[in-house]
Design a binder for this molecule. Structure first.
Ligand code: GLU
Length: 476
């Protein structure tokens, strides 16, 4: 199946890819795959002052790690490249000149200081700060002379002063924005780079983008884009403004709420499957109550009708819950691979049977891999007992129980150990907690935790016997 649906993810390399970016890339990907279309990655690096070293590589690596492959983009050239905006400057220049020639844009020579003082005056008069249009009325020939003489300038859009922009958004339906709210947007900066507004329109057109998924924060910019499409005689794409991601207090999600880069979440031990599942649900939901589903199902079931208009609150407890679900349900091999760096960082071994068994046991007890090495440490290092535990191990019938195990433990097979537990209760005459607690305390360091057959299975006969002996010797 091949269709004309072409969507793009267009991050600016101003930082590491964050969960909001991942969500947008995911919706692009899902929609492209569902429609048999093409998914494009375009790097929007026209704001050179905000460029962050390594951000581009991070986007590419993170998308690959999340299983979100693009069809065209840097390193996968199609027929619309280059896919990095800083490599497309002559293309933008051509359209900027065209806009100036047709009177839809004009050069502006105002200094930063002048613009600031205009804004200050407007703020004092309780008006929205905006450019006052001084250079709009310059004679074009005179403006050209000033440019030729090397004077610094920008190019601004000559936005209509009285107009209502009407357009359709796939999620919100008909949207109307009054021109009074729209500034004479700069489209070419004095450094020769276009701004987002010009570059996005030119590139979406030249790259034959059919649907633009972007954050709701771009909705107020749509009139500038419509104006550009009309001025250039092009047809706009279908806009899909996705709901904002909100903080738990329902405000803007910001750095203050933590590091939202996908890498930071990976470092804490959130799994790819959980992150993808979680961000997909920020603003969209398939039919039914189920919350756990993978990419394939999203591709099958995604529909615009089920995208919310209201912002989606970022709920970390839900992500933790989801991650826990995936930690338990994904193949053990996967989790062993994912857990390895965390064990290594904690100085624990990652080879041999005990590693696999320890991961199998501990994955059910944590919600993030960051916690798994701590949880599993006791399987590699004998517990250290505090005073209360020492007392408990020496008190009452505890030594009898421990002695019994030392004398009879000859298997680490779970069923056989289960039989041993029953036999031990019979033979020692010690029941319930008084039997279980000292055993678990000796093997695991806590009276509560995995059941005895599981503990002995992970530790093996030798290590279990060693721990019974240590517990018996504790007060010697
Ligand atoms: N470069 C813009 C951003 O990173 C993309 C907006 C869009 O998708 O049009 O927010």
């Amino acid at each position: 199946m091949h269709s004309d649906v072409r969507v793009r993810f267009a991050p600016s390399p101003t930082g590491m890819l964050h969960l909001g970016g991942l969500r947008m890339a995911l919706y692009d990907y899902i929609y492209a795959r569902q429609q048999g279309g093409t998914f494009i990655l375009r790097i929007e690096d026209t704001d050179q002052t905000r460029f962050v070293e390594g951000a581009f590589e991070n986007v590419v690596e993170t998308l690959a790690a999340m299983g979100i492959d693009y069809d065209e983009g840097p390193g996968r050239e199609g027929d619309c490249g280059p896919y990095v905006q800083s490599q497309r400057l002559p293309i933008y220049r051509k359209y900027i000149d065209q806009l100036v020639a047709s009177g839809h844009a004009y050069p502006c020579f105002c200094s930063k200081e002048r613009i600031e003082s205009v804004r200050e005056r407007q703020r004092a008069a309780k008006q929205d700060p905006r450019y006052d249009g001084l250079c709009r009325s310059l004679d074009p020939a005179q403006a050209q002379r000033r440019i030729d003489e090397g004077e610094e300038y920008v190019v601004r859009l000559a936005m209509p002063q009285q107009h209502t922009f009407v357009f359709y958004d796939k999620i919100r339906g008909k949207v109307e924005i009054d021109a009074a709210q729209v500034d004479d947007q700069v489209i070419l900066k004095s450094d020769g780079f276009p701004t987002y507004h010009l570059a996005v329109v030119v590139d979406d057109h030249l790259m034959r983008i059919s649907h633009v998924f972007r954050g709701e924060e771009w909705l107020p910019s749509a009139p500038k884009h419509i104006f550009l499409y009309e001025a250039l005689g092009w047809k706009p794409p279908i806009w899909v403004h996705m709901p904002l991601i909100l903080s738990p207090e329902k405000g803007k999600l910001s750095k203050r709420h933590g590091d939202f880069s996908v890498s930071a979440f990976r470092d804490k031990g959130y799994l790819r499957e959980a992150l993808v599942n979680f961000v997909a649900l920020l603003g969209w939901h398939p039919k039914g109550d189920e919350e756990i589903f993978g990419l394939e199902r999203m591709v099958k079931e995604f529909s615009f009708k089920r995208v919310n208009k209201a912002g989606a609150v970022f709920d970390i407890t839900k992500l933790d819950w989801m991650n826990g679900q995936y930690l338990r349900s994904l193949p053990l091999d996967n989790i062993c691979d994912e857990a390895r760096p965390f064990f290594e960082a904690a100085g624990l071994p990652t080879d041999g049977e005990r590693y696999i068994k320890a991961v199998a046991e501990a994955r059910g007890r944590v919600s993030r891999l960051e916690q798994i090495a701590d949880e599993a440490r006791v399987f590699f290092e004998a517990p250290r007992f505090a005073a209360a535990a020492r007392e408990a191990l020496a008190a009452d019938t505890a030594p009898t129980v421990l002695q019994w195990w030392l004398a009879h433990l000859d298997t680490d097979n779970r069923d056989a150990v289960n039989d041993l537990v029953k036999r031990g209760i019979e033979e020692t005459g010690v029941k319930g907690k008084r039997f279980y607690f000292p055993v678990r305390l000796a093997l695991y360091g806590s009276p509560h935790g995995p059941d005895i057959p599981a503990l002995i299975d992970v530790l093996g006969i030798e290590e279990a016997r060693r721990r019974f002996q240590l517990a018996l010797d504790i007060n010697k």
